[in-house]
Design a protein around this ligand. Structure first.
Ligand code: KIV
Ligand code: ZN
Length: 388
């Protein structure tokens, strides 16, 4: 059987940390239901101890969602962990995700704790979380910038206390794909009890490499969970984009050799919902979910796609939730694309030379107008054409 890559969606937690992206309880519930339709394995619903409002959001999502595991983030302390457990009480499948920073910089300047204290706190927190919830994930925050020897000790202790997912974050998006992949692999080889946990990666996009780093964590490092968000929403430059990582693994199954449970036809609806809810527009050239991701403007490409779609398409627009691919008529379009659009509009000409005349008129118009709409074409051909 093919191994599974677990998709852990954190749109409602890390995604919401994007300045200006905060969501109401009802908005979060709507998105959580869409994530369930998308069949993500784990939904990180929020950070229950952060506020009364966030507690209520996690609780409502835990009660509503049936098919995905519902998770709450918690710092590695007693109050956060017990709040997370309380909020998750109604869940069919619950997970507590507890974290503490392990880089020298974070321990000294932010936590003002010694490495020994951090190790002990990680140990006790996982132990407490496990006493309240069967499914516990542990993250060493700023893991990628942490000393590997120390990191190995913390991870070993977390697994010994019962953490069944070890998530290594590149909290500040500092990693380079090959190096990150080797970093994960090295940790997995050095931690003595590493095979008792599923390894996960959580990459930020500060250098635009969150997806590449996550995929390297999977391919080189052997991670089997990826943490990601819809449209790559998240702190600063965002998180690893779910739609990109999922379609990379599916489209290049020959390379990754992994399955994902995602219903990819729900990707575009999820992207639209998150964009409309947060007011964060999706750039037109964004992979998979951008308006131009399956649009063809050049005559050569249009001609190719009309003859065989895979000449210029590596995925099907319909498979990720678009109704169809798009032939955009403009000055670069060829006669073939023009004729195809006439057919779709039910416009027919008596002879090939009439089509040539109409095509010349179309080209003249296209030099003046960047995109030609169906109404333009209908106006252009209204005299000469034969419409049924
Ligand atoms: O980026 C990060 O380190 C996080 C952790 C809390 C997992 O979001
Ligand atoms: Zn993060």
């Amino acid at each position: 059987m093919t191994e599974q890559l677990i998709i852990f969606d954190t749109t409602l937690r890390d995604g919401e940390q994007s300045p200006g992206a905060s969501m109401t309880r009802d908005e979060k519930l709507r998105i959580a239901r869409q994530l369930e339709r998308l069949r993500v394995d784990v939904i990180e619903a929020g950070f229950a101890a952060a506020s009364e409002g966030d507690f209520e959001c996690v609780k409502a999502i835990a009660e509503a969602v049936k098919d995905s595991t519902v998770c709450s983030l918690s710092r590695a302390n007693e109050r956060d962990i017990t709040r997370a457990a309380e909020a998750l009480k109604g869940a069919q499948r619950a997970r507590i995700h507890t974290f503490i920073a392990t880089s020298a910089l974070h321990m000294e300047k932010k936590l003002r704790m010694t490495p020994g204290q951090v190790l002990e706190q990680a140990r006790q927190s996982v132990r407490l979380a496990r006493s309240l919830c069967a499914d516990v994930e542990f993250s060493p925050e700023d893991g990628y910038r942490s000393d590997p020897d120390f990191l190995c000790r913390v991870i070993e202790a977390a697994i010994a206390e019962g953490a069944r997912t070890i998530n290594v974050p590149d909290t500040v998006g500092y990693a380079i794909p090959e190096l990150f992949g080797q970093f994960i692999r090295n940790l997995r080889e050095r931690v003595p009890n590493s095979d008792q946990a599923i390894w996960s990666v959580h990459c930020h996009n500060d250098l635009g490499m969150a997806v590449a780093n996550s995929l390297a964590g999977v391919k080189i490092g052997g991670a089997r969970q990826v943490e990601c968000t819809i449209n790559g929403l998240g702190e600063r430059a965002g998180n690893c984009a779910l739609e990109e990582v999922v379609m990379a693994v599916k489209t290049r199954r020959d390379y990754f050799g992994l399955d994902v449970a995602i219903d990819t036809r729900q990707i575009v609806p999820a992207s639209r919902m998150v964009s409309q809810t947060t007011g964060f527009a999706v750039q037109p050239n964004k992979a998979v979910v951008g308006a131009n991701a399956f649009a063809h403007a050049s005559g050569i490409h249009q001609d190719g796609v009309l003859k065989a779609r895979d000449t210029y398409e590596i995925m099907r627009a319909e498979d990720v939730g678009w109704t169809a691919n798009k032939i955009v008529l403009g000055k670069l379009s060829g006669r073939n694309a023009f004729k195809q659009r006439l057919d779709e509009l039910g416009v027919h000409f008596g002879s090939e030379s009439d089509i040539n005349v109409a095509f010349s008129k179309f080209k003249e118009l296209a030099d003046r107008k960047s995109e030609i709409f169906d109404e333009d074409i209908l106006a252009l051909v209204s005299d000469e054409s034969v419409t049924p």
